[in-house]
Design a protein around this ligand. Structure first.
Ligand code: ZN
Ligand code: ZN
Length: 185
């Protein structure tokens, strides 16, 4: 089945369940948008499509395990995905459907459903990518109290203190540093 071009008018009235386990659905856009995200355990989506007269009910889950760099220390951090979604994609009115050549290049369609010759087509891969990226933490942390990297020497402070004196330094120097920060702002 072509995930980017599902003919919704060919789906049975009782709906259809689709399982998506193709890594490319997640890996290709991740690479395109420079999202550091490595699949550790297969990411699988189960989707139920139920077309109605004016749109399509799309219900599903995305499950799997990915690894992302910790927002503070950059160590690889496991993210367990268990995302449910329940959407209703309205069919665009014919008047709102711009001919493809008038769309500015590179702009994503806001709607995952497009009308072609009066028939609705669903870009399920795009919809799943959107749900997948919504499920990822904006700032993944390896642990809630991650100490991050020393801004001076770059050492991972979770592994112990470094030789730098930024926290225990001379209070007069600390005051100077604060002044510098204020001047920058
Ligand atoms: Zn961390
Ligand atoms: Zn240091």
């Amino acid at each position: 089945m072509e995930l980017r071009h599902i003919a919704l008018n060919e789906i049975e009235p009782q709906g259809r369940t689709i399982t998506v386990s193709d890594r490319a659905v997640w890996e290709e856009p991740a690479a395109e948008y420079h999202l550091q995200c490595r699949i550790v355990e297969p990411v699988v989506a189960e989707v139920f499509l139920l077309p109605q007269s004016d749109g399509c009910l799309i219900r599903g889950t995305i499950r799997g395990v990915v690894a992302m760099p910790c927002n503070r220390c950059m160590e690889e951090t496991l993210v367990v995905l268990n995302q449910s979604f329940d959407e209703f994609e309205e069919y665009p009115a014919p008047a709102e459907t711009e001919p493809e050549e008038e769309n500015p290049a590179g702009l994503l369609d806001e709607c995952a459903v497009t009308m072609e010759g009066g028939a609705p087509f669903l870009d399920l891969a795009s919809l799943l990518w959107e749900e997948f990226s919504l499920a990822l933490p904006v700032k993944p942390l390896c642990r809630p109290d991650c100490r991050g990297l020393c801004p001076e020497c770059g050492k991972n402070l979770n592994e112990g203190a470094c030789g730098c004196s930024r926290d225990s330094g001379d209070p007069r120097l600390a005051a100077l540093r604060q002044l510098k920060v204020k001047h920058q702002g």
